[in-house]
Design a protein around this ligand. Sequence first.
Ligand code: ADP
Ligand code: MG
Length: 645
Amino acid sequence: MEDSALSATETQTQPEKYEYNAEVKQLLHILVYSLYTNREIFLRELVSNASDALDKVRHEELVNEKVLDRGKGLEIHIDFNEGDKILTISDNGIGLTHQEAIANLGTLGKSGSLEFIKKLTEEARKNINIIGQFGVGFYSAFMVGKELRVITKSYIPEEPALEWRSDGSGTFDILPSSRKNRGTTVEIHLKDDALEFAGKDKIKEVINKYSSFVAFPIFLAGKRINEVSALWARPKNELKKDDYAGFYKFLTNAGDDPMFHIHYSADAPIQIHALLYVPKKNFELAGFGKIAHGLGLFSKKISIQTECKDLLPDYLRFVRGVVDSEDLPLNVSRETIQENALFNKIKSNVVGKFLGHLQKMAESEKEEYLKFWKEYGRILKEGVHTDFANKDKLALLLRYNSSACKDVEELASLKEYVDRMPEGQKEIYYLCGANRKALEMSPHIEIFKKKKIEVLFLLEPLDEYLLGSLREFEGKPVKSIDQADLDLLKDLKDEEGAAKETIAEEAKLDKLLKHFKKVLGSKVSDVKESKRLSDSPCCVLSSDGASASIQKMMKLVNQDFESGPKLFELNPKHHLIKNLAEILETGKNTDAVDACCLQLFDNALMMDDLISNPREMVPRLNEMMEKSTDLILDKFGRGSIIITP
Ligand code: ADP
Ligand code: MG
């Protein structure tokens, strides 16, 4: 690449002037003023661009007849000139055409980067672990350079060479260049406070830190400084934890170690090497939006696609790593790769292996698995609904809190649930709600407590929907407890304990039920004696089959959503219900019975988070309290009130 850096000033042509678009201007401002502390990452970004350019030209050489400089060794060269304070990074990769230079070095390709950086606080911007993972790209060179020159020639033989120049303010120039060979040279005219980057030791240190796994030879002042080795294709027993961690950091720009990795090779049914990583943190939980990475796809250690998103289903989008299969043709186009039959085989192989590994982990490294689940469970369980083929495997990986867990931290698998089921229990039961406390107090759960039946607590909004798409586990239907068929529980033994007295005469109860139905009118479809309650006076059930949590979701989506009339159940063993039956029997004070009836109904709605207008009931409650305090005074005598002077 001897003649690569010939500058256009030798010719007499006037430069063409262009303006950066607004986004780039903003990014440049942020880069120069706030990322100051980790500016060494600019070298990683430029080497990564050189490596991408080499990958691309290797691909062109396979699919395209007319490629300039075909067959030359693909290399990256870093040189410096301490005297002139210039650092250059050169490659003989794909190069840029005139049009590409304007488009790619004048606008922001990754529209997300700027948004992301803008969201970060000043403090976070200085944190390499965060910023580094999102790649700030080519423009990061302005953190150390007062001027950049890019001298480039495209692999397309008839495209003329050009020079791009900018001082990082608002504009850039494009001039013709006499460069003959294919590739790109980025020339950085260093700022006075960045002269360390014109020295061998510093460059070597930074390359070792960030770019040691680059798949092309890197030369520093003519001497090879990196070892090219495809880690994933090496035998497992040759590799140490540090090797894996180092490659992970290179691959993801992460500053910390991964949570765990999976490395496997196979020859049948397909030839494959795969190295998969799960990062320690789920960035989606931190509010950074949906993860959009992919796996590196290789054939015989040669990159086919750097971030292949289709290699994993959406619900495994947090997995990072590389997959290499000799069986994939190298000249397959990046656009049509998904249509390759083999591609799908590779995909199902990778998914199967990954889920299999999780399964093993869940069995033999419980703690580790729970750590994984707490971070990624939310994403993983989407698969229950979307990956029909792996539904059974995924079902084994689900974890929920349940009434049998000692606290909200403990989680149970469906398998554990089924193993704990008492003889005679035919279904798996769950209840949804925002927190464990509320669910434990729900009237619906009383009969399950009494029969010592475990109930899964679904605490996340989509849980019911996802578990619902499972339909059954090991042949046992999965049911919300407010929709359970209580006849199925008939034969299960009750917990020991003193049985409570019920309303003695059936006629009395019947009268109360009928009266309640009349008072509640169109709010209820029916009022019935409850088989599920033991401590609460009453509860509501939907009469159209939608569970309480589904109704709540509908209400969230549509404010005006009105769930249909309710089935209202009364507990005839409850003291209050017995009192009301007695009062009704006397034929007097029916007003009080009516008010209690309305209030009981509202209370039941409240227990299910279904109350639509709590303001209506407050005056009623106030009036009831007024009356009951009157009764207290009547009983104990008004004269006993002490009025302080
Ligand atoms: P990214 O690499 O994520 O696309 P960058 O900001 O690093 O974003 O680079 C912007 C674009 O500039 C690249 O996509 C590529 O088109 C072009 N580019 C940068 N460096 C080179 C290079 N060495 N050879 C060819 N093209 C390059
Ligand atoms: Mg880049």
